[in-house]
Write a protein that binds this ligand. Structure first.
Ligand SMILES: CCc1cc(Oc2ccnc(N(Cc3cccc(OC(F)(F)C(F)F)c3)C[C@@H](O)C(F)(F)F)n2)ccc1Cl
Length: 478
């Protein structure tokens, strides 16, 4: 089950009433799939009928077709369930009606095709439950109210007594069977969707050996205006779960006017940065040409040093390597995400030789993120650069004692004006394509906001649910 430990929650998701209304537009698809997928078992029985003695009957090959749904409403009930009322589900039920009667010495048997025009209302009280720390849908509270079950028998053999038998008795059994099968299907589809969201969520938060454990840390919350799930958000790296204790979530941190909210504790982002570092993802290799491209606009810093670097960069085996020396530390503040990192830069003309230039730099950058036109954008709000441990064999004519200061100043300028922007310019498309590879582009995300607070980040958005998304999913998985 899900024992509740407040400190363990790293991610909270909230789906508000407006989102439920948008998702409700897909209810008809879901019900359609449930009815279509339902397999109605044969119904057999026997009954004493006046003058005819014992009559045995059986409905076989029962198929539901031409489903249409008039409307569906959804209502979230505080600490209870998602109440879904579906009006006027009309369908035609076809099959073969076999019946036989007579006594021990003579037995008459017939089979006749039947078609039933049915119309029913459906009420489903979907309780979000928790099974093995995963969201489960409990739709056991499900019932059908038939307001039409019109029998049509094909062919001229339409014995009145049979119609009477159907009306009085068979239809009762048929309603029971339809209800149990349809509600069973609805439960199946609801859990299929819950599993699907969780699978895609887990996949969304996975890249190679880096993943995030999104097990539930409490029962899903159902309030009048929103649904909410609390997740561990623990880093999983090479199948090892990395524990940390998160900043504490409280419901008041999220509002209810947007459709979808995600609350991320800074520990979640910090641990992802750690994993990316361990996975050696913070390594940037630049060819001589790329380095020249980056520095070509520099007109104000020390031109002599710049020329010297250009000269080194021109040799076609020139290689500049930039890598993190320590895991970047992520702190989230209202001004933006503070990234503190210590980076090494090495410029060499070939891998074996002593580097022409090596230096380390401690960088603190304040970054704000936004998402527009299906692209993640990172905005540099502030930065502090400190150069250290410079080793250089560049031929620079400056006087010996000025040389170090000049080089330091030059490097500080280069890292600030060109180094940090280059890293950001490469990080943006890398993160965007990572999210797109997970299917993010499939969703129509409307006006997403990424808002930093002290110790946590809130991502809030509206969304349009692409019609085909669910249809394709149901076709594929049912
Ligand atoms: C990828 C988003 C995400 C999902 C997580 O896990 C789950 C598991 C089960 N349910 C949810 N819900 C939130 C959610 C996830 C993905 C899409 C989504 O929106 C939507 F699919 F609904 C809509 F876009 F179509 C909602 C749902 C859960 O919060 C709720 F609402 F059921 F309580 N999240 C955990 C973390 C993160 Cl970042």
């Amino acid at each position: 089950a899900c024992e509740f430990k407040p400190l363990e929650t790293g991610i909270v998701c909230r789906l508000t009433k407006p989102a439920a209304l948008v998702l409700n537009e897909q209810t008809a698809q879901v019900i359609q799939a449930a009815f279509q997928h339902a397999s109605i078992p044969d119904i057999n029985g026997e009954r004493g009928v006046r003058f005819l003695g014992k009559v045995t009957y059986g409905l076989t090959n029962i198929q539901i077709s031409n489903l249409s749904i008039e409307s569906s409403e959804v209502e979230l009930r505080e600490d209870d369930a998602i109440n879904i009322v579906i009006k006027n589900v009309s369908s035609s039920i076809k099959g073969i009606l076999n019946y036989g009667y007579g006594s021990w010495f003579v037995h008459v048997g017939h089979s006749i095709e039947f078609e039933i025009d049915s119309s029913t209302d459906l009420v489903i009280n979907n309780k979000l439950a928790c099974t093995n720390r995963r969201v489960a849908a409990d739709t056991s509270d499900c019932y059908l109210t038939f307001h039409k079950l019109q029998l049509h028998l094909h062919g001229n053999k339409d014995p009145g007594w049979l119609r009477q038998l159907f009306t009085d008795f068979i239809s009762f059994t048929l309603k029971l069977v339809l209800k149990s099968q349809i509600c069973k299907e609805i439960n199946y589809v609801a859990n299929l969707l819950a599993d699907f969201i969780q699978y895609r969520a887990g996949d969304f938060l996975t890249s190679g050996d880096i993943g995030v454990n999104i097990d539930l840390t409490s029962f899903p919350v159902t309030k009048a205006n929103y649904l909410e799930t609390h997740h561990k958000g623990l880093l999983v790296y090479k199948n090892t779960t990395v524990h940390f204790n998160n900043s504490v979530f409280s419901p008041s941190l999220l509002t209810e006017d947007r459709m979808l909210y995600f609350w991320f504790s800074e520990d979640v982002l910090n641990s992802l940065a750690l994993a990316a570092f361990l996975d050696q993802r913070f390594v940037l290799l630049l060819t001589g040409h790329e380095l020249k491209e980056i520095l070509k606009d520099d007109i104000e810093s020390n031109q002599e040093i710049l020329q010297e670097i250009f000269h080194e960069a021109s040799s076609n085996s020139s290689l500049t390597k930039v890598w993190s020396l320590t895991p970047p530390e992520i702190r989230i503040t209202p001004k933006g995400t503070l990234v503190t990192s210590s980076v090494a830069v090495q410029l060499s003309t070939s891998l074996d030789e002593k580097p022409k230039l090596y230096f380390e730099t401690d960088v603190i950058t304040t970054i704000q993120a936004s998402y527009a036109n299906k692209k993640l954008r990172l905005h540099l709000v502030d930065y502090v650069v400190h150069i250290k441990n410079v080793i250089s064999s560049l031929q620079i004519s400056t006087e010996e004692d000025q040389k170090e200061a000049a080089l330091n100043q030059f490097l500080n300028k280069i890292v600030s004006k060109f180094g940090i922007p280059t890293v950001i310019e490469r990080l943006e498309p890398a993160l965007t394509s990572l999210m797109n590879s997970k299917g993010l582009y499939l969703f129509e995300i409307i006006n997403p906001e990424i808002i930093p607070y002290q110790g946590y980040l809130i991502v809030q958005m509206d969304f349009g649910f692409p019609h085909h998304l669910l249809v394709d999913f149901l076709k594929k998985s049912m």
